[in-house]
Design a protein around this ligand. Structure first.
Ligand SMILES: [Zn+2]
Length: 108
């Protein structure tokens, strides 16, 4: 397993911080709340992707366009974890919609 999953006990309206540089990569004080730092590989939800580096996309079996085209039948978490990226961290948080989560991937 190339990734480590860390469940966060934050609310859907809380900011999410990079564990390496402490930048708020989800920052609700900003109009554009997705604020990836240099460690951010992706910001995803069960219902779609908000951000992804080209490098990480290339490490996944399917492209983001392909996943979005089939987002009604795709398990985003399963897709993310099929990546061949060597070593990454996934912070998982509650999305505030029943059963849905946000996943933020980082690498050092
Ligand atoms: Zn960072």
């Amino acid at each position: 397993m190339a990734y480590q999953l860390i469940p966060l006990s934050v609310q859907a309206t809380d900011n999410i911080q990079c564990p390496y540089c402490q930048q708020d990569v989800i920052n609700w004080a900003e109009e554009q709340y997705v604020q990836p730092c240099e460690h951010t590989l992706f910001i995803a939800m069960d219902i779609g992707f908000e951000y992804m580096t080209d490098e990480f996309e290339q490490s996944m079996p399917r492209s983001v366009d392909d996943l979005h085209a089939h987002d009604d039948q795709v398990n985003m978490f399963a897709e993310i974890t099929q990546s061949t990226y060597p070593n990454y961290l996934i912070l998982k948080s509650d999305l505030g919609i029943q059963g849905y989560s946000r996943y933020v991937g980082f690498t050092a």
